[in-house]
Design a protein around this ligand. Structure first.
Ligand SMILES: Nc1nc2c(c(=O)[nH]1)N[C@H]1C(S)=C(S)[C@@H](COP(=O)(O)OP(=O)(O)OC[C@H]3O[C@@H](n4cnc5c(=O)[nH]c(N)nc54)[C@H](O)[C@@H]3O)O[C@H]1N2
Ligand SMILES: Nc1nc2c(c(=O)[nH]1)N[C@H]1C(S)=C(S)[C@@H](COP(=O)(O)OP(=O)(O)OC[C@H]3O[C@@H](n4cnc5c(=O)[nH]c(N)nc54)[C@H](O)[C@@H]3O)O[C@H]1N2
Ligand SMILES: [Mo]
Length: 690
């Protein structure tokens, strides 16, 4: 290159894949990026040129957890990985090798293909604790996934009920999010244990004890039926188990729920009335906050039945369904291979979840490694893995150290990577090409081909390329495009209509693939269910779910206390009297990422444990103090943030901090019985000055 150029890329500091223009100087070095206003996107070059980036394959020569690593060649790294995986396969069976991807989504199709062609069903991801449970609960109950509110900010909405999401922390464009700035007058209600920026702006904020959403939602239903606000004609035609549900909620008065949730009964009454009578009403949901509880799946079902009962389902301004209009051709090997493979991790205990979700459940991994239960895992190949994603993190570290063989790919030598036998250097999104079309939490409805705009630093390689390289080292060239990554993506792109494919490759803005599908199909004005019905077990909305009953669960969205709570474990609460919730997002960080970057660190410098002034006073803590937060699993030191944004008796900790791993405190013994999700957001703790 002889002069400065500007090239279009997409950012992968989170999985929203926003377009960014990158200025590249004559030496081929990126000097600036410009794109949407996001502190993580703006910090991309701090990742790119970080002095600690992994640049070469390394093998560990010290004990697990040490940073004694030695540089090796790619040939040696790939040959070792292929050899060690083959040894596990020959001795114990291919299923005892796990293949894992954390939050990162881009390289997944090739990784999953590698797992299944190798012969292992055990392709595992972060979906074991993220998003999938809301999707499964919605599909099982309504037959469809609800369209996420960030894709559906309709001007027709008259009442917006935020049930556990705070766009200023988690959804672009944060404080400017259209959901927070309606063009028309409307009523806003927020259900969140924290008084967030979103709650500050709302007409009404219900602040429940974490994990009590089910009780609150059932009290809404009680009010709706008791006051004749239900859409009875719709329920008679399309509901299954409505009478059982009506009878079940008859006892759940606002007074009862006030007691369980800690929300004034009059506020519950007012919120239920506003939601049911000032429609069109839409619920804006989090992908995960309602389901990261021991009772989360049924709680979420109770919430998503609200639009069904009130006639707010699939109407303009209400909750619409999500339809994938165009998907690339699947190259992940799942459909053609999974039928011939042994059971996936999770099939044993969470069969409803695995029926809907095309991967294994990653949460039982520590048991699988340490106990051989419900099935043994002896080797692990992972892209972007952090032990701190698992509840009771100390046990996951122990499990990683107990593996026969562990290799991982990352940008940095993290605490988790230090447990690996081999660590491989990941290329950044600026250095890797990809067909970007795999939806994340805030997927923007686009598909585009992203070129690599920079040469990789050192010997870094794209995750997807590494999966192909391992497959080739295992002798599977034929099934893996002979290691040619562009060819792999091209095959995926074959699934797109020619015009979409052309735009994806040629148009810098890519192609838009999600639209109002019905309108495009010529069903203007109609509702999806009028055309396609409700594709559930009964063909109706499942108030009382036959599928759950058949699997041995409650058919109704039964309310249960969180497994660890002041009510269900009073003896434990004597020692750990506070309710612990975690993981409210900060726009400066994606989980554990960006903490090494000077700009994000300056803006949001320390891991915070937020508590009410009364709680702080009771335990002798002041704002800014170092605070030891302890649970039955362990203790971690945070910085006390004293603020009345949480209720007295509740502590909120941020998640993902390497220096304060909140999941050392969370409970791995009481996952949700249907989804396997851990109770990240409702447990017990105590606090004391550190
Ligand atoms: N207590 C509590 N725990 C939680 C949550 C919570 O709310 N509370 N939230 C949960 C949720 S919803 C999620 S999604 C998980 C996320 O948990 P993780 O998946 O662990 O999240 P990250 O920290 O983003 O990524 C893990 C690692 O991947 C690396 N990485 C990132 N991008 C890439 C890439 O493109 N290639 C490669 N090779 N490596 C990459 C990062 O450097 C990091 O070391 O955390 C869960 N844990
Ligand atoms: N900046 C940034 N954005 C992200 C991420 C990130 O790490 N950083 N992560 C991405 C990922 S992987 C995910 S899964 C999404 C998560 O997306 P969201 O879950 O929508 O995240 P938040 O906006 O923090 O909103 C969650 C809210 O739920 C509240 N909450 C906690 N417990 C309960 C409860 O029991 N009941 C109710 N009603 N509310 C509760 C919290 O106080 C918080 O305000 O965010 C995505 N966006
Ligand atoms: Mo997530």
């Amino acid at each position: 290159m002889s002069e400065t150029v500007t090239r279009r890329s997409t950012c992968y500091e989170c999985d929203a894949n926003c377009p960014f223009d990158v200025t590249i100087n004559a030496e081929g070095k990126a000097t600036a990026v410009s794109g949407p206003d996001c502190p993580r996107g703006a910090a991309q070059l701090e990742r790119e040129y970080h002095p600690d980036r992994l640049l070469y394959p390394m093998k560990r020569v010290g004990p697990p957890g040490s940073d004694e690593f030695q540089r090796i060649s790619w040939d040696e790294a790939l040959a070792t990985i292929a050899h060690r995986l083959s040894a596990v396969k020959a001795e114990h069976g291919a299923e005892q090798a796990g293949f894992f991807a954390g939050y990162t989504k881009e390289g997944r199709p090739q990784l999953q293909r590698l797992a299944h062609y190798f012969g292992s069903p055990n392709y595992l991801t972060e979906a074991g604790c993220c998003f999938s449970a809301t999707m499964v609960a919605e599909k099982l109950t309504l037959g469809y996934k609800l369209k996420s509110a960030s894709l559906n900010a309709s001007t027709a909405t008259r009442c917006l009920l935020f049930w556990s999401t705070n766009p200023p922390g988690s959804v672009m464009p944060f404080e400017e999010h259209p959901l927070l700035h309606p063009e028309q007058e409307r009523t806003t209600i927020v259900v969140d244990p924290r008084r967030t920026e979103t709650a500050e702006r709302a007409d009404l904020h219900l602040q429940p004890r974490p994990g009590t959403d089910g009780a609150l939602a059932l009290a809404f239903h009680h009010e709706i039926f008791a006051n004749g606000w239900a859409d009875e004609a719709f329920l008679a035609e399309w509901g299954s188990g409505v009478e059982e549900f009506r009878a079940y909620v008859a006892d759940f008065t606002p007074e009862w729920a006030a007691d369980v949730c800690g929300v004034p009964a009059d506020d519950i009454r007012r919120a239920a009335r506003l939601y049911a009578t000032s429609g069109p009403a839409q619920i804006a949901l989090s992908p995960t906050a309602t389901v990261q509880h021991s009772n989360g799946f049924q709680n979420h079902r109770a919430i998503v039945l609200l639009p069904a009962v009130t006639g707010n389902l699939d109407i303009e301004g209400g909750n619409r369904f999500f339809l994938d209009k165009v998907r690339p051709k699947s190259i992940d090997g799942f459909r053609e291979r999974i039928g011939d493979l042994p059971p996936r991790l999770g099939d044993e205990d969470f069969p409803v979840w695995t029926r809907y979700w095309p991967a294994g459940q990653s949460m039982p991994l520590p048991d699988a490694i340490l106990e051989g239960e419900p099935q043994p895992i002896r080797a692990l190949f992972a892209i972007g893995i952090n032990a701190a994603m698992w509840p009771n993190t100390a046990r996951m570290y122990q499990a990683l150290e107990a593996l026969d063989f562990f290799a991982c790919v990352d940008f940095f030598l993290t605490e988790t990577a230090k447990r690996a036998d081999i660590v491989l250097p990941a290329a950044t999104s600026l250095e890797r090409e990809a067909l970007v079309a795999y939806p994340g939490c805030q997927f923007r409805g686009e598909v585009r081909y992203r070129d690599a705009v920079l040469a990789p630093r050192g010997e870094a390689r794209a995750d997807a390329q590494i999966s192909l390289d391992i497959a080739v080292a295992l002798g599977m060239d034929e099934d893996f495009w002979h290691g040619d990554l562009a060819a792999a993506w091209a095959e995926a792109a074959e699934g797109l209509e020619p015009e979409i494919r052309r735009q994806a490759y040629e148009d810098p803005d890519g192609a838009t693939v999600f639209a109002d599908a019905l309108d495009e199909e010529g069903f203007e004005g109609q509702r999806l269910y009028e055309v396609r019905g409700f594709p559930t077990a009964t063909g109706r909305i499942e108030f009382d779910s036959r599928e759950l009953r058949d699997a041995g669960h409650d058919g109704l969205p039964i309310w249960r206390e969180p497994a660890e709570s002041p009510v269900s474990t009073p003896e434990r609460a004597a020692e750990f009297p506070l309710v612990l919730t975690s993981g409210g997002r900060s726009k400066y960080y994606t989980h554990s990422q960006q903490q090494r970057f000077p700009s994000t660190r300056a803006a949001d410098p320390v891991p915070r444990a937020t508590m009410h002034p009364e709680t702080a006073a009771e335990y002798g803590l002041a704002h800014g103090d170092r605070v030891r937060v302890a649970s039955p699993r362990g203790a971690v030191v945070f910085h006390a943030e004293v603020a009345d944004t949480v209720a007295p008796g509740v502590v909120h900790c941020v998640h993902g901090w390497a220096e304060a791993e909140i999941n050392r405190l969370t409970d791995d013994a009481h996952p949700d019985p249907i989804s396997g999700f851990p109770p990240f957001k409702s447990g017990l703790c105590r606090v004391e000055p550190a």
